[in-house]
Design a protein around this ligand. Structure first.
Ligand code: ADP
Length: 578
């Protein structure tokens, strides 16, 4: 029998409806797959976003909510060594507990049931009762009764590490096997994202650990590549004393002291060429404040962003170098002092022995032959004693003076001084003291007008003039002209003492003013090497200078230049420079 047209219409309509339903469900399935794909992609992406585990799981929960009704959701992780559960994420409308609850002892709960069974568990209230009755779970008195509970294992590296669970308190929402399947997918996705998350986290933690070591270590750490710093830690910034942006923008030698830069660069290039370089060396840098600091550097070649670079460790050795330098100076000074003491003992004992022998000889002569000696000979012998005593006194004075000067007891006390008058009396004093040596000497004095006064320290000027003049006489054994010339210049006073004596070899002239230093050509002429040292001290106290022009057998000219201080009117205690 043929179907009626009405019936045929109905059949067509039914088939059409069916097709539409199929298309709609096809579309829904496609949408669902696309949504699933999207959620999985987002979960994977969140795992690398540097979130905390809680925030990562929270974003996973939000994404899960895009796929199904899952307002109540938690993740628990099982710690096998302590047999406890950690809840890095926990959201429950009826049972708000601290979201970061950790180290919860295991009990016979539903999560433990999933862990034990290793498969998902879909539990409604009827099944819960059965599970309780079978002793699989123990009832939890304080929790609100749910309608459905769905828990799936959470797996990383092929091992169950915890449970992802959702539950509903609403009568209308009953989870099904297909929800279990979906949640298992999501759990897998979260599991593998957690693997990546944990790997990244481990990397980040170790990187942070290294970074914190490098940032906080007291040693400066710097990486140089292609002649520029590409990394510098805060200690290096502090040591070098320039801001980091400046250091990174300049060639790596920019802050190095100009005298050391070439050597540092040369070593750097040698290391880059793979040639042997001392592993540690020092150089100086100039800080932003212009302060010079000494650094000690050790370096090693490394790869930085897949290209060769140099890793350097820098230590501020300024204080150590300064201490070492001070110790070296102190030791040198000690050596010099010891040296001076030995020379002092050698020179003075020799220099004292000569006049003592002269005194002794003269006394013996007088003792034995006094009655037979003509009176002029007697006088000459007595004069010899006088001269010897004078020499010893002069030496003692010099030694005492040096002692006082080294103890800082010599004070500079300038007073108005009639220099010409003062010098003339010094020349007279010298003539008396050196009478026996003066017979072939012609004196030449060029002095300023007699009444002119200068603000000078008389005791120190006496040391200068007497020592220079007595040397001029002493080192002119064949006689000749000895001159003292005082020239006044607008702002200075020049005291020039010259002779035509044995002169001073060029090699000795630089050390002439050191104590105990005597030139190589003195022969038998006696002396201690203290006179010029004393002169130099006296000149320095006047803030003046001394120079010598001399040559062997060509005489010597010593020029002392003293800044001129004009005496103030009589009622003023000190003078002022013009
Ligand atoms: P001294 O004369 O007691 O040795 P000085 O300190 O006065 O010590 O002089 C140091 C040295 O300088 C002398 O030993 C001598 O070699 C040299 N000297 C100083 N003055 C003269 C001079 N006018 N002519 C030649 N040599 C001189």
């Amino acid at each position: 029998m043929n179907p009626s047209p009405q019936h045929a219409d109905q059949t067509a309509q039914t088939r059409h409806d069916q097709l539409r339903r199929d298309a709609a469900s096809e579309l829904r399935a496609q949408d669902k797959a696309a949504a699933l794909q999207h959620v999985f992609y987002r979960i994977a992406e969140r795992a690398t976003a540097g979130l905390s585990l809680h925030d990562f799981l929270q974003s996973g929960h939000h994404l899960l909510c895009e796929l199904m009704v899952a307002r109540n959701c938690y993740v628990c992780l099982h710690n096998a060594s302590t047999n406890t559960l950690d809840f890095p994420y926990y959201v429950d409308e009826q049972d708000p507990i601290e979201s970061h609850t950790s180290q919860v002892p295991t009990r016979r709960g539903l999560a433990e049931f999933v862990l034990r069974s290793g498969v998902h568990q879909l539990v409604d209230s009827a099944r819960l009762q059965r599970l309780i009755a079978a002793g699989e779970v123990t009832p939890s008195g304080h929790r609100a009764p749910f309608c459905t509970w769905l828990g799936v294992p959470l797996t990383t590296h092929g091992r169950i590490i915890g449970v992802l669970a959702i539950k509903s308190y609403e009568q209308g929402i009953i989870y099904t096997e297909s929800d279990a399947q979906l949640l298992s997918f999501v759990s897998n996705q979260i599991g593998s994202a957690m693997e990546r998350y944990q790997a990244l986290n481990a990397l980040r933690t170790s990187e942070e650990r290294y970074r914190s070591v490098v940032e906080n270590v007291g040693v400066g750490v710097v990486v140089v590549q292609d002649g520029y710093m590409v990394f510098a830690n805060p200690s290096l910034v502090r040591i070098v004393g320039h801001p980091l942006p400046y250091l990174l923008s300049q060639p790596h030698t920019a802050t190095i002291h100009p005298d050391d830069a070439a050597e540092v660069e040369e070593r750097h290039q040698r290391r880059r060429r793979g040639e042997p370089v001392e592993p540690t060396y020092s150089f100086r840098v100039i800080t932003a404040q212009g302060e010079v600091r000494s650094l000690e550097l050790s370096a090693v070649g490394i790869d930085w962003n897949q290209r060769p670079a140099t890793l350097m460790f820098v230590v501020d050795a300024t204080a150590r170098f300064e201490t070492e330098q001070a110790q070296r100076i102190a030791m040198q000074r000690q050596r010099e002092l010891n040296d001076m003491k030995s020379r002092f003992i050698a020179t003075t004992s020799h220099e004292f022995r000569t006049p003592l022998a002269a005194i002794h000889g003269s006394i013996e002569l007088l003792r034995h032959y006094e009655h037979r000696m003509p009176s002029d000979m007697k006088q000459a012998t007595l004069q010899k004693i006088d001269d010897a005593v004078e020499r010893m006194t002069h030496m003692l004075e010099n030694i005492l003076l040096i002692g006082r000067s080294e103890a800082g007891q010599v004070e500079f006390q300038p007073r108005p001084l009639r220099l010409t008058h003062f010098c003339q009396s010094l020349v007279d004093e010298l003539r008396n003291a050196m009478a026996t040596q003066l017979h072939d000497i012609q004196w030449q004095l060029e002095l300023p007008p007699d009444d002119q006064e200068f603000l000078l320290d008389g005791a120190l000027i006496r040391n200068i003039v007497l020592n220079l003049l007595s040397n001029a006489v002493k080192y002119s054994p064949r006689g000749g002209r000895v001159s003292l010339c005082i020239q006044t210049r607008p702002d200075a006073l020049a005291l020039v003492v010259s002779d035509q004596g044995i002169g001073i070899p060029a090699a000795d002239q630089t050390r002439l003013f050191e104590s105990f230093h005597r030139a190589s050509n003195v022969g038998t002429i006696s002396g201690t090497g203290l006179g010029l040292f004393i002169v130099k001290e006296a000149v320095t106290m006047h803030q003046g200078s001394i120079a010598v022009v001399s040559g062997i057998d060509q005489g010597s000219t010593f020029t002392v230049t003293l800044p001129l201080v004009i005496p103030r009117p009589a009622n003023s205690p000190t003078g002022a420079r013009p």
